[in-house]
Structures are given as structure tokens and as C-alpha cells.
Design a protein around this ligand. Structure first.
Ligand code: ADP
Length: 273
């Protein structure tokens, strides 16, 4: 029970990220004595850019992401936002400042507008449309008979995997949080939806100053990221942009070549070079 208790936050309001999130020698172990899920991670996530976190299944991607809203705290090392320790911020403003679009979004039995509004109760219709536009959801919504008033869920309109994802991205974007974590879907996305997601991420990059962190499963989706962090067995195995990582010929280069060949959203367990 002690371990499951919410961490105490500080009293600094987290309102924006101007420079970077930093991990300094961060480790995390789920159990005493177990191999650490994160092992001495040092890295910088620059503000206003797109950073992708990739790597084989079990590498530590989800664990790393969980540390940002303090769902877990490091067992060693420290995390800071613009140089300030993460513990200084109030838990409420920290969590409000981090929007999360999960892999498998839940779609509720409400109208499209209300679904997006879950992100920020009280959001105006204009805010909802703007978020939908940024998420590339505006197009398909407009084509539905009742537009934003279309009923979702049971007895409502059925959406494709890509459409659900974009709707949920709009829900995350309407929060106007400075940080967006996008857990890329591993399935339900056809090639067109995948290309659209890649384009959407670039659009958010161009048109907002949101710091985007993409947990990538399809390497083609993250190839345009400003920075790609390759995790392997809880450590930073490599770091660079797409061209640099391909040129270095490690796990990333192999996995990218394999995915391009197979068009499969797999997470190869290829040994890290
Ligand atoms: P990824 O997201 O890259 O697949 P994870 O962060 O989920 O990797 O997992 C990293 C390591 O931590 C793996 O060895 C995994 O088995 C372990 N792990 C993940 N979640 C738990 C948990 N709740 N309890 C114990 N071990 C866990």
C-alpha cells in the first residue's frame, strides 16, 4: 500500500515547457532485486519538437513514459522540466500539462463533439473544431450526416481504427497541454491511416509549440521525428534522427528495413548490435 500511494507533489505550477525535459541517470525497477526496467537513462527531450521512443518489446518504453506524469517515480536518478526537479511541481498541474492519446482509444456513447470535449470540459465549439482540424479528424467528421452531433458507440456510427485514433487525438489536443504523449497503435491502422498519422504529427509540429513524444511501434510513422531514442533492455541503445540511425546500422536500421519489407507493425526482437 505504501508503494501504491500517490507521490506528494510540490507547489510549483507546471504551465509550460520552454527548453527540455531531462533524464539524468534515471533507473527504475518494478521489484527489489529484479532486473531494472530502466537502467541509467540520460537523455534530453527538447521542447517544441517531436521525440520518438522506439525499441523492442520489453525495452522500457512504457515505463519511461509513466515517469513523466509520475505514475511511477525513478528508483535512482532525476527527471527535470526546464531544469526544475519534477517533484517541485504540483501533481495536478503536472498531469494537466501532459495529454495522453492511448494506443487503443475508448470511444464513448456520446456525440463526436462531446467525446472531444472530454479532453477539456467547457471547451468551446471553436476549440473542438480546431482540435479536430489539427488531428485531421475534421474531414471525416464533416462527411457524417450529423457532423459533430453524430452519435458514437452502441447504436451510433462505426468508425475505422484510424478515425478512432484521430478522434482521440483531437480529445488530447483540445486540452492544449504543453506536452502530448502519443502511444502509437500497433494494429488497426492501414497504410493510408499510418501515412495520415505521420502527416498529423508533422502538422502538430509545424502549427503548435507542443512537445510531442511518440511511443513508436511502426518505424515509418516516426521517421520524421526530430529525435529518435532507441531503447534496448532498459538502456538508451542509440539516439539520433532517422538518417543517422539508418547510417549507423544498429537495431533501428534492421527493424526499419524489416518493417519496410514486410509492411508489418512488428517490434522485432533482433538483438541490439
Ligand atoms: P515496452 O513498453 O518497451 O514494451 P515496458 O516498459 O512495458 O517495455 O517493460 C520494461 C520491462 O519491465 C520489461 O522487462 C517488463 O517485463 C517489465 N515490466 C513492465 N511492467 C511491469 C510490471 N507492472 N511489473 C513488473 N515488471 C514489469
Amino acid at each position: 500500500m505504501e508503494a501504491a500511494r500517490e507521490p506528494a507533489g510540490g507547489d510549483v505550477e507546471f504551465a509550460r515547457l520552454a527548453k527540455a525535459i531531462r533524464f539524468d541517470h534515471v533507473s527504475f525497477a518494478y521489484d527489489d532485486g529484479a532486473a531494472p526496467a530502466l537502467d541509467d537513462i540520460s537523455l534530453e527531450i527538447p521542447a517544441g519538437a517531436v521525440t520518438a521512443v522506439v525499441g523492442p518489446s520489453g525495452a522500457g518504453k512504457s515505463t519511461l513514459i509513466d515517469l513523466l506524469p509520475r505514475l511511477r517515480d525513478p528508483t535512482a536518478g532525476r527527471i527535470s522540466f526546464d531544469g526544475r526537479p519534477i517533484e517541485d511541481f504540483s501533481l495536478e498541474t503536472l498531469r494537466r500539462g501532459i495529454a495522453y492519446a492511448p494506443q487503443s482509444p475508448q470511444v464513448f456513447s456520446v456525440t463526436i463533439a462531446d467525446h472531444i470535449r472530454y479532453g477539456r470540459p467547457g471547451a468551446s465549439d471553436a476549440d473542438i473544431r480546431e482540435a479536430a482540424r489539427l488531428a485531421e479528424a475534421d474531414g471525416f467528421i464533416s462527411q457524417l450526416g450529423d457532423g459533430y452531433d453524430t452519435q458514437l458507440g452502441e447504436g451510433g456510427v462505426g468508425l475505422s481504427g484510424g478515425q478512432r485514433q484521430r478522434l482521440d487525438l483531437a480529445r488530447a489536443l483540445v486540452r492544449k497541454a504543453p506536452i502530448l504523449i502519443l502511444d502509437e497503435p500497433t494494429s488497426n491502422l492501414d497504410a493510408d491511416a499510418e501515412a495520415l498519422l505521420r502527416e498529423t504529427i508533422q502538422r502538430i509540429r509545424r502549427e503548435t509549440d507542443i512537445t510531442v513524444i511518440v511511443v513508436g511501434h511502426r518505424l515509418s510513422t516516426v521517421r520524421n521525428a526530430d529525435r529518435i531514442v532507441v531503447l534496448g533492455a532498459g538502456q538508451v541503445a542509440d539516439l539520433g534522427n532517422h538518417a543517422e540511425l539508418v547510417a549507423r546500422g544498429g537495431w533501428y536500421a534492421e527493424a526499419f528495413a524489416k518493417q519496410t519489407r514486410d509492411s508489418q507493425p512488428v517490434e522485432p526482437r533482433a538483438a541490439l548490435a
